[in-house]
Design a protein around this ligand. Sequence first.
Ligand SMILES: [Zn+2]
Length: 218
Amino acid sequence: MNLNPDKALVVFSGGQDSTTCMFHALKHYKEVEVVTFNYGQRHALEIEVAKKIADEQGLKHHILDMSLLSQLAPNALTDHTLEIEGGDIPNTFVPARNLLFMSFAAALAYQIEAKHIITGVCETDFSGYPDCRDIFIKSLNVTVNLAMDQNFVIHTPLMWLDKKETWQLADELGQLDYIRNNTLTCYKGIIADGCGECPSCQLRKTGLEAYLAERGTK
Ligand SMILES: [Zn+2]
């Protein structure tokens, strides 16, 4: 089986980062499909938002059921009764979650013959997740290639960008307004600019304000 060098699979949650990655993929590859993992997110709305964005872009959208994760880590992300707290590693952390997601993404990429796998993981803003680090992704790239005897390339266009630079990339792709108005990153499940107060909204807002100030238009 030969992987299609013009085809990319984007790991897609409907949030700012993965939507930026989706537009990045649309710019660089002839064929793009997206995959969303359903793992009992705090807001089922996440899946709906991802579906809507994929539909609007006319992309084939794969939704993989990863609800077994709730058996491994009953924490703030999957147990709706717990509050999100701070700390070195956020208690939304599911051990090896990204390892599992990326392995499933690679297995799907094999099925759809996509050579490229794109993920919005980033060391800059969320250093608490060890399986989002660049060195882990490089290691996993070797592993999935050995596992399937293929030559996948895992791309991480946001790895070294901070939120301001991610907004800049969205703008360069001509999609700043679309991403601002249609994506969901808020822990409280509010689309676009969100609640403005949860850690995710604050990160997003601070980055956006910094970028807009730099660009010179509010
Ligand atoms: Zn929020």
